[in-house]
Design a protein around this ligand. Sequence first.
Ligand code: RB5
Length: 156
Amino acid sequence: MTPGGNRAWRVALGADHAGYAAKKELFRELAGLGYKVVDYGTHSVEPCDYPEYALRVSKAVAGGRCDRGILVCGSGLGMEIAANKVRGIRAAAPWSVRTAKLASQHNWSNVLCLPGRFASIPTLKKMAAAWLKTAPERGGRHERRVKKIIKIESKF
Ligand code: RB5
């Protein structure tokens, strides 16, 4: 993963029905900022199951087809739980622009899970853009801690 702010990044985007409207807006916003955005669905407001989209986006990121992933469901929480089941994924569900930045800077998250029903579209756009351009902080206590997370994953 290269440092944040790389506009050449391929960003995998996915949502369930509760995040569908926000996903459309995020697609436009991030494409407008210069990211190469890949839409992994869903493609309507027809009720669907969020783990399917969490898996599609997480596989794209873990497999290297995309550099980062963004998932939207109602709360962000189901997507976060499902995405974190995929080896190599560090999915975070922030609740503000500040915590979105920290999710990259301190936690090195590679998937962001957003709450389509609990934040406005402008706030979701700001959270996504801030997360994408914030680089993971390397070489200090945060790297040590993330490496401990990676070590846990390697044992199970
Ligand atoms: C769908 O109604 C809702 O449960 C889902 O979008 C998500 O919030 C789950 O965590």
